[in-house]
Design a protein around this ligand. Structure first.
Ligand code: 6CS
Ligand code: FE
Length: 296
């Protein structure tokens, strides 16, 4: 696909370029658990931080389960990603399918209801994972737009998805919290290079292709700078699928463990990848669209 046919073409061998986003950020006016002010903040900034969505006891229960997931995770399975040094578990994918507690979290009216409200459609889980950022050894994530990867490598057609991070440990300024460029979701940054085969085997440890050029990041951060998402366990952050984000490593003695869930609108189901020959495996990109049930 060429740059002229696909509005979100990226990694087709061209250079880096910033273009306007063509899709709305908030789709329609569906009611849901978010207040009008929260919806407005999400639309304007590309993210909203919601403290106290889960109780401390609920967050502690999920953290216990996350520890069990990490302990039981087969180190050589594709859906288990180790830190670049190989010593610690970095991510365990597909928890919405493999673990009942995380399946319930994904379907909860407080989480899925907010996704339906912002995306104006029924939703399903496109991807889920626990991101462990262990004390001392947790490595960084490069700057990226999730949508850029999902469009190029998975065939997600439009920007009608959102990412949700559920904080399981306290996320502080120091232990590698999510960093975002507020307002960057209004632009699409085409990335240079061409995706190598089986890119995900490397990108989930250290992403190089699909990370914008430094000049583009500088330009987009020139108005609102960079914000960090911090908060106690049970905090939820919802961010637009195209918001530029990253995180630093964790050199502190305090782990940063979060659940990450991607909701996609059922009308935005995956097609063939826009920039690669072969789609990524289902643990990264769900192709079986089963709408999450509405609360009865
Ligand atoms: O591959 C994914 O689906 C996600 N993970 C990384 C490291 N970058 C893109 C996207 O957020
Ligand atoms: Fe991401």
């Amino acid at each position: 696909m060429t740059a002229t046919a696909d509005p979100y073409a990226s990694r087709f061998g061209g250079g880096s370029e910033i273009v306007r986003r063509e899709d709305p950020v908030r789709w329609g006016d569906r009611p849901g658990p978010l207040s009008p002010a929260e919806v407005d903040a999400y639309e304007a900034n590309g993210f909203v931080v919601l403290r106290g969505v889960l109780s401390p006891a609920e967050a502690a229960g999920l953290l216990d389960d996350a520890h069990r997931v990490a302990e039981a995770a087969p180190r050589n399975a594709d859906h288990v990603i180790l830190e670049p040094g190989g010593a610690a578990v970095r991510s365990v994918f597909r928890v919405h399918r493999d673990r009942a507690v995380f399946a319930r979290l994904c379907a909860d009216p407080r989480t899925a209801g907010a996704a339906r409200q912002l995306l104006g459609d029924d939703v399903y889980v496109h991807q889920s994972r626990i991101n462990f950022k262990p004390a001392f050894v947790g490595e960084p994530f490069s700057w990226h737009s999730d949508f850029e990867t999902w469009h190029v490598e998975d065939g997600m057609p439009r920007m009608r998805a959102l990412s949700m991070s559920v904080l399981l440990t306290e996320n502080t300024e120091h232990n590698g919290p999510l960093l975002v460029i507020p307002g960057s979701h209004r632009w699409f940054v085409r990335c240079a290079g061409v995706t190598p085969p089986d890119h995900h085997r490397e990108s989930l440890r250290h992403q190089r292709y699909g990370s914008p050029a430094e000049g583009a990041l500088h330009q987009l951060a020139s108005s609102a700078g960079v914000a960090s998402v911090i908060g106690p366990p049970g905090t939820i952050v919802l961010f637009d699928c195209n918001l530029l984000h990253a995180s630093a490593g964790n050199v502190t003695p305090l782990p940063r463990h979060n659940v990450f869930v991607v909701y996609n609108a059922v009308s935005n189901a995956l097609v063939a990848p826009f920039g690669t020959a072969r789609p990524r495996p289902p643990f990264l990109a769900e192709r079986d669209v089963v709408p999450l049930p509405l609360p009865s």
